[in-house]
Design a protein around this ligand. Structure first.
Ligand code: GDP
Ligand code: MG
Length: 163
């Protein structure tokens, strides 16, 4: 059985980049329904020897009838409900923002394990975010560069205990 991972966090922190890095194939296994806004993407993937089913909570292009925050909240909640573990991503360069705290509140209300990730940390930049991210209540963040593939073994170690 693959471990189901929901990748959550505010826009632009690198969730989709991480999704693509972990996904075995870029083709997500979703059925295409024309006209239906797709807020979550799915793919199978792997980290080390762990099979994953990835859920990318994405896409706020169409804000039709809900507020942005309501949409983000809803799809984040659904993603977490479907998953075994949540990867909660923040931007190591920007530090913890008020919107990150909103996502932390959503995660805290769910009874799922959270792996805290400070992304865009290539070259060990933005170590200050480690301290900051601790206040979100999910422990020491994994410093990752989804774009450059750094920190993947640390992410593996953090994920391994939930399989
Ligand atoms: P999402 O909105 O959370 O899905 O974020 P995306 O994956 O679309 O990434 C947002 C932007 O951050 C893009 O321009 C990415 O190229 C960039 N990005 C993602 N991961 C990294 C990283 O590890 N380092 C840096 N420097 N940029 C990144
Ligand atoms: Mg995205």
């Amino acid at each position: 059985m693959p471990l189901k991972i929901a990748i959550v966090g505010r826009p632009n922190v690198g969730k989709s980049t991480l999704f693509n890095r972990l996904a075995g194939k870029k083709l997500a296994i979703v059925d295409d329904q024309p006209g239906v806004t797709r807020d979550r993407r799915y793919a199978t993937g792997r980290i080390g020897d762990i099979d994953l089913e990835l859920i990318d909570t994405a896409g706020f292009e169409d804000l039709s009838d809900h507020s942005l925050e309501a949409r983000m909240r809803l799809q984040t909640e659904r993603g977490i409900e479907e998953a075994d573990v949540a990867f909660f991503v923040v931007d190591a360069r920007e530090g913890v923002t008020p919107l990150d705290r909103i996502f932390a509140d959503i995660l805290r209300k769910k009874d799922k394990p959270v792996v805290m990730i400070a992304n865009k940390a290539e070259g060990h930049q933005a170590a200050a975010t480690a301290e900051e991210a601790r206040v979100l209540g999910f422990g020491e963040p994994i410093h990752l560069s989804a774009e450059h593939g750094e920190g993947m073994s640390e992410l593996y170690e953090a994920t391994e205990k939930y399989r």
